[in-house]
Design a protein. Structure first.
Length: 274
């Protein structure tokens, strides 16, 4: 059931008293690693719990991600892996937006976890991003004092788009006051790199098994929006991180937009998956 504020907004929208705002293009990344050795096996996903003071998804568990910065479409960014035109076909958008979405995915992952999907050559990945100089650059990116293209040039790096795979496409419901048109990607934690609790938007970060995320949400212990819950359901059966990339390549990506269902004095969010 929707909380009271959103329930009332959904009712107002249903009565024609509210108009939908235009969703902002965004990208989010499900960062995976192998679960600790044991009989269960499988994978763990990196999640952040957003501060309760945030204007969107406050107190919710989510993956690293955020809105596209206009500078993410910079054509001077050194690039290896599938080209923007290939991503445009996969993501069902134009080439400029595809470039921006992939760059936003890599940039936001670095900003919110300290993990960078880039290397000095097409077959290398930055081995470590934990130094003070890296942290200074990360903070400058978060503050938008530094563009992603300039950051890569400064470091003599190229974006590794081949380390990402597209997973799904979700659009915030029309009655929401803040809306995002979000492409979900999946990536494997590069060897040698480690996540850091660096996001100013989160009050907790954790590596969790997808099945545990789902059960925690079902028990009311972990709050999250439908895209996070559904994504963790879909990844619960994965036995190793690399399998996620293989599975992603075979998925059909169509936009999913939850809607409000009004039932008497209650309002529910419904999701129709393709």
């Amino acid at each position: 059931m929707l909380p009271p504020d959103l329930s009332e907004r959904a009712r107002a929208y249903a009565r024609g008293e509210q108009r939908p705002v235009r969703p902002r293009d965004a990208a989010t990344v499900v960062l995976l690693r192998a679960a600790p050795a044991g009989p269960a096996g499988g994978v763990e996903a990196y999640l952040l719990r957003r501060h309760r003071q945030m204007s969107f998804a406050a107190g919710m568990y989510a993956f690293p991600g955020g809105g596209v910065d206009p500078r993410d479409a910079d054509t001077t960014i050194r690039w290896c892996g599938p080209a923007p035109r290939d991503w445009a076909e996969r993501l069902s958008c134009d080439e400029s937006l595809a470039r921006a979405l992939v760059c936003a995915a890599v940039r936001e992952t670095f900003e919110e976890s300290g993990v960078l999907l880039a290397g000095t050559t097409p077959d290398t990945v930055v081995p470590d991003t934990s130094g003070d100089d890296w942290e200074q650059d990360r903070r400058s990116l978060v503050a938008k004092e530094l563009g992603f293209a300039d950051f890569l040039v400064r470091r003599d790096l190229m974006l590794r788009s081949d380390l990402l795979a597209a997973w799904s496409h979700w659009i915030t419901p029309e009655f929401e006051p803040r809306r995002f048109d979000t492409r979900f990607f999946v990536a494997v934690l590069p060897s040698g790199q480690h996540t850091r609790d660096v996001s100013g938007e989160a009050d907790r970060v954790a590596w969790l098994r997808p099945a545990d995320v789902v059960s925690g949400a079902d028990a009311g212990e972990l709050a999250m929006l439908p895209p996070t819950y559904v994504t963790m359901q879909e990844m619960s059966a994965l036995q190793d991180p690399a399998a996620a990339l293989t599975v992603a390549e075979s998925r059909t990506i169509t936009p999913v937009e939850p809607a409000a269902t009004i039932d008497g004095d209650r309002a529910y969010l419904t999701v129709e998956l393709g």
